[in-house]
Design a protein around this ligand. Structure first.
Ligand code: PNS
Length: 170
């Protein structure tokens, strides 16, 4: 079974990594797909290439995980890659409505073009309930400690983007 874990990953956090580690156990191949959103509606801290580098370094221990990027509709990318399952992590109830809408949209779009695409939700581990890429960026921008939120190689790159380093070291 080929699965896709799509997202912005700007940047990847321990919460994402937890989902990747767990999904890799039951997917034959897990494609972590970074959204390449060329429209300027959502400015990102990292380029697609940088986001992929961070993910690659963090998943080197997982031989069935592939890091890729995609543009356009996820359903088309899934069809091109021969994937039938989309993996998404769920944190609090607040995630649910958006995630449910995406899952139904992808399934409906898929049906319209003869593609079966099911979404599989993995509940986050409790220690990452509060964690998001946005929170990480906000803390790092103010030189706060993000060492329990992202791996050290990611933290270095994040602090560099904000032109400073955490006062207490990484
Ligand atoms: O990490 P994010 O930002 O919550 O991930 C959102 C993502 C990339 C999964 C979603 O925006 C997406 O799949 N975009 C591609 C466009 C698409 O297929 N839209 C239709 C489904 S709503």
């Amino acid at each position: 079974m080929t699965c896709i874990y799509p997202g912005s990953f700007d940047p990847m956090t321990f919460g994402h990594l937890d989902i990747i580690n767990r999904a890799a156990k039951f997917c034959d191949t897990l494609i972590v797909a970074v959204l390449n959103n060329s429209s300027k509606t959502k400015a990102t801290l990292f380029s697609v290439v940088e986001r992929m580098e961070i993910l690659r370094e963090a998943t080197m221990h997982l031989p069935n995980v592939e890091i890729d990027s995609f543009a356009g509709l996820l359903v088309n990318y899934a069809q091109a890659r021969g994937a039938s399952v989309v993996i998404r992590g769920l944190r609090a109830v607040t995630d649910f409505e958006y995630e449910f809408q995406m899952a139904l949209t992808n399934r409906t779009l898929g049906e319209g073009q003869g593609v079966r695409l099911e979404t599989l939700f993995i509940p986050t581990s409790t220690e990452f309930l509060y964690l998001s890429s946005g929170i990480v960026k906000e803390i790092a921008a103010h030189k706060g400690d993000i060492s329990n939120m992202v791996p050290p190689h990611a933290a270095k790159k994040i602090y560099k983007k904000f032109d400073g380093t955490y006062q207490g070291g990484i």
